[in-house]
Ligand binder design. Structure first.
Ligand SMILES: [Zn+2]
Ligand SMILES: [Zn+2]
Length: 247
């Protein structure tokens, strides 16, 4: 089976038509979820992907738009009498999960493992080698480079444009990078098209997908992609929910 990447949610914490909250499904020899924001379970159901094998979740950070369906997934697995989750995330994930699950006796009964990752850590999961790197966000956040077979996917999570992430992306077949607002917004902790393009300018990447769009980006999708593409020379698209990319 070849590597398949599906954008389940390309939005943010503020509701908007057509974009649920961040989550990416990576299908190699075993499915893997990157982030699990609100709407993830519904999108999985729309795709016809059962939760049976969805026991591995890699979190970029603990902001609610990236984690809120993790509880729903854990509960759905409990109700379906499936084994508990294996959760990977930045430092703080362990205590966060302990507090959350302590409120729900059914989740307490499940065997859930949490492994915290630091920048430069590597883990092998679902047949993929996953490397963590520090993102530039308002809380501790990681970006991931995922090498499966001979394919490379990089996911930024939430971040300002960062030279570290550009280095992490070298040689990637697909870079899924957040681009929260169009020009001429000035923001911190997130990316905007021109600054992102400048940072990625000399990066050797086959294809860039922009995700994590705020409602303010509505109607500006084409110019956002064009702004990044003009500076980098790399093919760029704005992602949409349920978009599938075979790698
Ligand atoms: Zn976010
Ligand atoms: Zn965030």
């Amino acid at each position: 089976m070849s590597l398949k990447v599906t954008l389940l949610g390309t939005g943010v914490g503020i509701p908007q038509p057509g974009r649920s909250q961040p989550a990416i499904l990576v299908e190699n020899d075993h499915p893997l979820l990157l982030d699990c924001g609100a709407g993830t379970l519904m999108r999985l159901d729309q795709l016809g992907v059962p939760i049976d094998d969805l026991d591995r979740v890699v979190l970029t950070h603990l902001h609610l738009d990236h984690v809120s369906d993790l509880l729903a997934l854990a509960n759905a697995r409990y109700l379906s009498e499936l084994p508990g989750l294996r959760i990977f995330g930045p430092s703080g994930t362990d205590i966060w999960w302990k507090i959350i699950r302590s409120v729900y006796p059914n989740l307490e009964k499940m065997e859930t493992s949490v492994q915290e990752l630091k920048p430069m850590d590597a883990v092998t999961l679902a047949g993929c080698d996953i490397f963590a790197e520090e993102a530039e966000h308002s809380v501790t956040a990681l970006a991931y480079r995922i090498e499966c077979q001979d394919r490379i996917l990089v996911y930024s999570g939430d971040t300002e444009p960062s030279a570290r992430l550009a280095a992490l992306s070298q040689g990637a077949d697909l870079l899924i990078h957040e681009c929260s607002f169009p020009e001429p917004f000035e923001v911190t902790n997130h990316s905007t098209p021109r600054k992102l393009g400048q940072v990625l300018r000399n990066t050797d990447v086959m294809q860039i997908l922009l995700t994590h769009l705020y409602p303010q980006a509505q109607g500006h999708e084409e110019e956002m992609a064009r702004d990044v593409q003009e500076i980098t020379g790399i093919p760029v698209e704005v992602a949409h929910d349920l978009q599938m990319i075979p790698l």
